[in-house]
Design a protein around this ligand. Sequence first.
Ligand SMILES: [Zn+2]
Length: 123
Amino acid sequence: MDDSFMLYDLKVEVVGSEKPMVCSHREGDYFLVIGENLVFPENNSFSMYALSALLPLLPAKQRVLDQNDWMLSDSVIACPDPNCGARFKITRIGKRKFSHGACTVEPLYREENEKTEKGEYRL
Ligand SMILES: [Zn+2]
């Protein structure tokens, strides 16, 4: 049985805005998201505060989204420091195939198992 699924590879890049940057960001610095891994180029650095603001969004941006979902259209994220003008642009740069069995030991999700006997959704 085919247990493959697709995820987008992402590039997260520092871009400027009309406000100056007050953190140590440098325009053009970036990292890649490939599967579960963050890949940092050798000569880049990245603010851990900015990274903490970006991390919750990355798994959603990796996945196929509804055309009407704001998560698909909104791709520029502000620095969490309200005085900093840095923005972080998330770009889909490719698509990669993964195998469910290589990512987890849990069984494949089946829609018929979605609800309990009481009609509640399983998590
Ligand atoms: Zn900043």
